[in-house]
Ligand binder design. Structure first.
Ligand SMILES: NC(=O)C1=CN([C@@H]2O[C@H](COP(=O)(O)OP(=O)(O)OC[C@H]3O[C@@H](n4cnc5c(N)ncnc54)[C@H](OP(=O)(O)O)[C@@H]3O)[C@@H](O)[C@H]2O)C=CC1
Ligand SMILES: C[C@H]1O[C@H](OP(=O)(O)OP(=O)(O)OC[C@H]2O[C@@H](n3cnc4c(=O)[nH]c(N)nc43)[C@H](O)[C@@H]2O)[C@@H](O)[C@@H](O)C1=O
Length: 318
C-alpha cells in the first residue's frame, strides 16, 4: 500500500549524505538538496571507498546524517555493461551492502536507493509498471548490473520489513545532463552521440557511425528533473514498492541521433554498425506513481540536449 504523507519525512535543513556526489546523479541531487536548504555531506572516493563496509559504517556513525542518498555505483553504457559484468555485479553489491547496512547501523532514519529501469524484464508490457519486477527474464547485456540493483531493492525492502526502517527505492530511466560520462567506450548513448557528432563537425567528416540498428526505443530524462523527483520522494514517500522516474515518452535511437545531429550542427550521413548490440528493444516507464506525488518532468529533451552540449563544450575550453 502506498502511503501519501502530509508532514515532510525529511526535516527542514536536514543533513543528507550523498554517496556518489561527483557523478551525474549525485551532483544533481546535491545541487537540488542544497538549493532546498539542506546540508549536503560528502566523501570523495579517495577519502572513502564505499566498497569497504567497515570504513563506510564507521564514517556514517561519525557523520550521523538525517538521510542518505545512495547515488554511488558502477555505471556504464551497453558495451561497458556487457564486457565487464563481474565489476558491475560485484562493485554494486559491495557498495549497496556497505552503505545500506552502514546507514542502518548508524541509526540513519531515511535512505533513498537509486536503481535503474534495466531491472525490469526484457519483454515487459509497456509502459512498465513497478509491478513488472521479477516477472520475466532480463536483458542479457546488463543482466549482472540489473541483478545487483534488484538485490538492492530487496535489501531496502528487507530493512523496512524487519526493522521498520523508512528506506525507499527509485528506478530512473536513462538519464543525461551536465557531468555525464563522455568516454566513447564506456558512456551511455546520449553523451556518446553528442561527442561523436561534435567531433565529426570539428574534423569536417561527413559520416558518423553509431552502434546497433537504431531501432531500439529509449526514454531520456534530464538529471535535474530526476533530482527534483528524489527531493519529492525523500519528503513524501514511504512504502515498499520502488518508484519509477521517467519522462513519460520515448523515441528510437535513430530519432535521438537526428536530434543530436541537429543540435550539434552535423548534416552528414548517419551509418549503423549492426555488429554492436541493440540491447533491450524498449523500456518506457509507467510514471503514474511519481506523478501522483506531485512531480512532473519540466525539461524538454531538445532543450536538455542543447544545454548538456553547451556545458560539455565549455569544459573542453573551446
Ligand atoms: N546514468 C544513467 O543513465 C542512469 C543512472 N542510474 C543510477 O543512478 C546512480 C548514479 O549513476 P550516475 O550518476 O549516472 O553514475 P556516475 O558514474 O556518473 O557516478 C557514480 C558515482 O559513484 C561513485 N563511486 C563509484 N564507485 C565508488 C566507490 N567504490 N566508492 C566511492 N564512490 C564510488 C563515483 O565516484 P568517482 O567520481 O570517484 O568515480 C561517482 O561519483 C546509479 O545507481 C545508477 O544505477 C539509473 C538509471 C540511469
Ligand atoms: C541506463 C541503462 O543504460 C544501459 O542500457 P542501454 O540503454 O541499452 O545503454 P546505452 O545508453 O549504452 O545504449 C542505448 C542504445 O543506443 C545504442 N547506441 C548507438 N550508438 C551508441 C554509442 O555510440 N554509444 C552507446 N553507449 N550506445 C549507442 C546502443 O546500441 C543501444 O541500442 C545499461 O547500462 C543499463 O544497465 C542501464 O541502466
Amino acid at each position: 500500500m502506498i502511503r501519501l504523507m502530509t508532514a515532510s519525512l525529511l526535516p527542514e535543513r536536514a543533513r543528507v549524505f550523498v554517496a556518489g556526489h561527483r557523478g551525474l546523479v549525485g551532483s544533481a541531487v546535491a545541487r537540488r538538496l542544497a538549493a532546498d536548504g539542506h546540508e549536503v555531506l560528502t566523501r570523495s572516493r579517495a577519502e572513502l571507498d564505499l566498497r569497504d563496509a567497515g570504513r563506510t559504517a564507521a564514517e556514517l556513525a561519525v557523520l550521523r546524517p538525517d538521510a542518505v542518498v545512495l547515488a554511488a555505483a558502477k555505471v556504464g553504457g551497453i558495451m561497458a555493461n556487457s564486457t565487464r559484468p563481474v565489476q558491475f555485479l560485484e562493485e554494486n553489491l559491495q557498495i549497496q551492502l556497505s552503505v545500506i547496512a552502514g546507514a542502518h547501523a548508524a541509526g540513519v532514519d531515511r535512505l533513498l536507493f537509486l536503481g535503474s529501469s534495466c531491472i525490469y524484464p526484457k519483454h515487459a508490457p509497456q509502459p512498465i509498471g513497478e509491478d513488472a519486477l521479477l516477472t520475466g527474464p532480463l536483458e542479457p547485456t546488463n543482466e549482472a548490473y540489473a541483478l545487483a540493483k534488484i538485490a538492492g531493492i530487496v535489501q531496502v525492502q528487507s530493512y523496512r520489513r524487519q526493522y521498520g526502517a523508512s528506506y525507499i527505492s527509485a528506478m530512473p530511466t536513462n538519464l543525461y545532463g551536465p557531468g555525464d560520462n563522455f568516454d566513447l567506450e564506456t558512456s551511455h548513448v546520449l553523451p556518446a552521440l553528442v561527442r561523436r557528432f561534435h567531433e565529426a563537425v570539428a574534423e569536417g567528416r561527413d559520416e558518423v557511425v553509431l552502434w546497433g540498428s537504431g531501432s531500439p526505443r529509449r526514454e531520456f530524462l534530464h538529471v535535474d528533473d530526476l533530482a527534483a523527483a528524489c527531493a519529492v520522494l525523500l519528503r513524501s514517500y514511504d512504502a515498499d514498492e520502488p518508484v519509477n522516474v521517467g519522462c513519460g515518452s520515448d523515441l528510437t535511437i535513430r530519432e535521438l541521433a537526428e536530434t543530436v545531429a541537429d543540435v550539434t550542427g552535423f548534416t552528414g550521413r548517419i551509418a549503423w554498425d549492426t555488429t554492436r548490440p541493440d540491447g533491450t528493444p524498449r523500456k518506457l516507464l509507467d510514471i503514474s506513481r511519481i506523478e501522483s506525488l506531485g512531480w512532473k518532468p519540466v525539461i524538454p529533451l531538445r532543450d536538455g540536449i542543447a544545454a548538456t552540449y553547451a556545458h560539455w563544450r565549455a569544459g573542453l575550453g573551446r
